[in-house]
Design a protein around this ligand. Structure first.
Ligand code: MG
Length: 202
């Protein structure tokens, strides 16, 4: 199982971090040790003072494939869930300034809490709302209508470089409203109005 992630896929989030709008998806990966399941608590590590939440829709790959054509990409995922792409913004900023990779800023232990998955069949992939509350307050709200690159495009694009395998997870980018978390915070993630994530920062 691999974890792939797309950066800069929602225009308003690109603007809030003053990033350039990409011509192609920005791809990074997280190791499997980043995964946090079953709403287990996230333990704030000592190497950063600025971890941000990024709520994202996560696709679960259901079939092996490479060089997948965009028109067939929908057959390669049948379940979706929610994830938090925890980012050590201070480490990422340092890496960005030096033009270095984001591995430690994005891939540290527990940096990928992921919810249970639900069948995608009941949802409209092109018009899917999701949101994040921190301590009961709405912080992030997005809709897949606002994505620069669609799920099908992302699957097709990724599969040119990486053979996708059953069970692989794909984080599809965060909408605006990212911000810091601190120990004691409670994070709740919603896909439409269904609560899929509910865990604590310790
Ligand atoms: Mg992200």
């Amino acid at each position: 199982m691999r974890i792939f992630a797309i950066g800069r896929n929602y225009a308003e989030h690109i603007a809030e971090l003053k990033n350039e709008r990409p011509d192609e998806p920005v791809i990074f990966t997280k190791p499997d040790t980043a995964l946090l399941r079953n709403n287990e608590p996230f333990y704030y590590p000592d190497f950063t003072k600025d971890i941000h939440h990024e709520v994202e829709i996560v696709l679960k790959v259901c079939k092996e494939g490479k060089y997948i054509q965009e028109k067939f990409a929908h057959k390669y995922f049948d379940e979706i869930g929610l994830g938090i792409d925890f980012t050590a913004r201070d480490l990422q900023q340092k890496a960005k300034e030096k033009g270095l990779p984001w591995a430690i800023a994005k891939g540290f232990n527990g940096s990928a809490p992921v919810s249970d998955f639900v069948p995608k069949a009941t949802f409209d992939m092109g018009d899917l709302g999701f949101s994040l509350k921190v301590n009961g307050e709405l912080k992030q709200e997005g809709n897949t209508r606002m994505m620069l690159f669609s799920f099908d495009f992302i699957i097709s694009y990724l599969s040119r470089f990486f053979t996708l395998r059953t069970g692989d997870l794909i984080f599809t980018g965060t909408p605006k409203g990212v911000g810091p978390v601190t120990p004691g915070d409670r994070l709740e993630g919603f896909l439409e109005d269904k609560k899929l994530l509910d865990f604590e920062i310790r």
